[in-house]
Ligand binder design. Structure first.
Ligand code: GLU
Length: 310
């Protein structure tokens, strides 16, 4: 592999919290410890949830901790734009390529209908789409299109997709049984995360993705899309999630752990020390700067299991 290229890919839908920062720090340490290039891409696909003021704040919060980037949001570079809201035409072209291959179909199911369909549940609580709209006749499609705007799904094969995660090890999923045909464009015209993230990491020449373990089971779907779009997949490291003391996942609703509160409680070095300790890089949570931690960073010490952030 040539130069290591990693990325931050946050969604500016609120203030970052401790869990987002933990993944960001690990992504940064991995790249910086290997002398690679860091890219910042704002995943602001969803116009209902994302706001520019959050993006500005996010970039500022990363810089506050001492996490910098070489290319991307606010800096530019050869693969821009670095915000997904500015890349719609490119997603549309990728979408058309798949459509021309006959791999997509319109899905008229409402959310309620999808939930009511008796299908197995994935580990992430999502349902496996049973293929209700896969074989509709053209006449039926035309009829349904009169009153509903469809979402568009990718037809997946009955095929096992496997990969070896840098941290979690071997992972495999049968696309049809484990996930089913998945949405690439929502009925409101917004392209799906799965399509955008693959297209972006592929065309931005990202070759290492470090992100939360909650996205581990999206990876087989994404690998399939890399293949269909003729893009080279990165290596993946799915890092543990931080949990609240009661075992729940930290979320943007946990106001006491968002960056606003954290910046009042800790200095950047104190917070890095705490995160570095949870990441298995320090024996105790003592203050250290990210650039100092990068000198000793070692993937083999990072725990696989989720961490109670207490
Ligand atoms: N934008 C996603 C998020 O904030 C991360 C996507 C990824 O790392 O693949 O959760």
């Amino acid at each position: 592999m040539g130069e290591l290229r990693g990325r931050f890919a946050p969604s500016p839908s609120g203030r970052m919290h401790l869990g987002n920062l933990f993944s960001a720090l690990l992504a940064w340490l991995s790249v910086r410890s290997a002398g690679g290039v860091m890219v910042l891409r704002m995943e602001d696909l969803d116009p209902d949830r994302c706001r520019e003021e959050y993006a500005i704040q996010l970039a500022e919060d990363l810089r506050w901790l001492g996490l910098d980037w070489d290319e991307g949001y606010g800096r530019g570079g050869p693969h821009g734009p670095y915000r997904q809201s500015g890349r719609t035409e490119e997603y549309a072209a990728a979408f058309r390529r798949l459509e021309e291959q006959g791999l997509l179909y319109p899905c008229f199911c409402t959310r309620a209908e999808r939930l009511a369909a008796s299908a197995p549940h994935r580990s992430d609580g999502q349902t496996v789409y049973p293929g209700t709209c896969r074989h509709l006749t053209e006449a039926r499609r035309a009829e349904l299109a009169r009153t509903r705007t469809p979402a568009w799904r990718l037809t997946v094969p009955d095929r096992e997709v496997s990969f070896t995660d840098g941290l979690q090890g071997f992972y495999t999923e049968n696309l049809l049984a484990g996930c089913g045909d998945f949405i690439l464009r929502r009925s409101d015209g917004v392209y799906a995360y799965q399509l955008a993230v693959v297209y972006d990491d592929g065309t931005m020449e990202v070759n290492q993705v470090v992100r939360g373990r909650d996205l581990l089971d999206s990876t087989p779907r994404q690998l399939y899309l890399y293949e269909l779009l003729g893009l080279t997949p990165p290596e993946f490291y799915h890092v543990p999630l931080l949990l609240a003391p009661d075992g729940r996942r930290l979320s943007k609703r946990e106001r006491d752990l968002d960056m606003g509160a954290l910046r009042q409680r800790y200095t950047p070095a104190e917070l890095t020390g705490l995160l570095g300790y949870w990441a298995g890089q320090l024996d105790k949570p003592e203050p250290i700067l990210p650039e100092e931690l990068a000198r000793v960073f070692d993937w083999s010490k990072v725990p696989k299991e989720d961490i109670v952030a207490a």
